[in-house]
Design a protein around this ligand. Structure first.
Ligand SMILES: Cc1ncc(COP(=O)(O)O)c(C=O)c1O
Length: 344
């Protein structure tokens, strides 16, 4: 099977496994695990923040951020197809008493003028105050799209002007940084909190971090413990995260190049692909244009030996490249997918 279903499908490489096997470990919950401490130091540096806290998942990172930045009964302003809205089981409401205020985006991005327009007047007795602006970069549902730095800056500033704290869901921030050719810190450093996932394109088997000021991270550690995320000899997996930050960031450019080659190959074969949307490691394929429903198309492709997934958009499938997808896989997908969808 050529598995283009998600960059969450990466498996730890042999050298990553060696680093894990050789990791020094201690009691992470007591902040006694040297490998976790080193990962937190490196991650904070990578993200341009004072401190980072190691976590099992990026979802926990987002939820801790909302819990520490928000106030119960207030709103989180967020693009309507963001992971926080569509894939975290209402966690903002469930854990933190926050109401999400989903706004329509363009390629997953909000415009500065949408922010003050979405904030209710402060003298309103009935309407909730907004407390957080949460952005996503790269944006998963929009197709791995990247925020241009000036747009990001303008939107964060628009939020600050109306008193909003800023959180970045940077699950795939490293992809955004590589696509823009800037250090991740240039993007992440302007937020109060940022969540980064180590187990997607970066290739660790699990793990994420949240980063921010020392003061906020003190509260994040409390949140982590409350969520049941404080661990013991976690250095064994943190070693994979350290390996990922050292070895698997710059190489994301290869995944991006493969996604582009795949998209161009499919477009040349007559499939409907929005080439402009291919900014990182995602390709969105419009099978609706062939009269196919997403799930039927996924089934057909699986029979042909290629795994793609459905998206939030009816008739649109997603292919994702990552470090376990080879050039030969791309050649295979370019040949097999048009053939499998032909005659639909
Ligand atoms: C944009 C985004 N944020 C957060 C997450 C959550 O990551 P995790 O699976 O580590 O909880 C994902 C996972 O797909 C994601 O795509």
């Amino acid at each position: 099977m050529i598995d283009l279903s998600s960059d969450t499908q990466t498996k730890p490489s042999a050298p990553m496994r060696r680093a894990m096997a050789e990791a020094e470990v201690g009691d992470e919950q007591r902040r006694d695990d040297p490998t976790v401490l080193e990962l937190e130091r490196r991650a904070a540096e990578f993200l341009g923040q004072e401190e980072a806290v190691y976590l099992p998942t990026a979802t926990m990172g987002n939820q801790i951020a909302l819990a520490i930045l928000g106030e119960r009964g207030t709103e989180v302003i967020v693009e309507e197809t963001a992971h926080i809205v569509i894939a975290e089981l209402g966690g903002a409401a469930y854990h933190s008493g926050l109401q999400t205020r989903p706004l329509p985006g363009h390629h997953g991005r909000l415009a500065p003028e949408q922010i003050p327009a979405a904030v209710h007047p402060s003298d309103s007795f009935h309407q909730p105050r907004a407390s957080i602006l949460a952005l996503e970069n790269t944006h998963n549902s929009a197709g791995g799209t990247v925020w241009p730095l000036d747009e990001l800056e303008a939107v964060v500033l628009a939020g600050r002007e109306v008193g909003l704290a800023a959180h970045l869901d940077g699950a795939r921030l490293a992809n955004a940084a590589v696509a823009l050719g800037v250090p991740a810190a240039v993007i992440a450093g302007r937020f109060d909190t940022v969540a980064l996932c180590l187990s997607k394109g970066l290739g660790a088997p699990l793990g994420a971090v949240i980063a921010g000021s020392e003061q906020l991270m003190r509260r994040a550690r409390v949140g982590k413990h409350r969520f049941g995320g404080a661990m013991r000899q976690a250095g064994i997996v943190a070693a994979a995260g350290l390996y990922a930050l050292e070895h698997n960031v710059a190489r994301l450019a290869d995944d991006h190049a493969r996604a582009r080659r795949l998209a161009e190959g499919w477009a040349t074969a007559g499939l409907s692909v929005d080439l402009e949307r291919v900014e990182t490691n995602f390709v969105q394929l419009d099978v609706g244009a062939l009269g196919l429903e997403s799930h039927r198309a996924v089934e057909r492709l699986e029979v042909a030996g290629v795994a793609l997934t459905t998206t939030v958009w009816p008739g649109v499938l997603r292919a994702v490249t990552h470090l376990d997808v080879t050039d030969a896989d791309i050649d295979g997908a370019i040949a097999l997918v048009p053939e499998a969808l032909a005659g639909a």
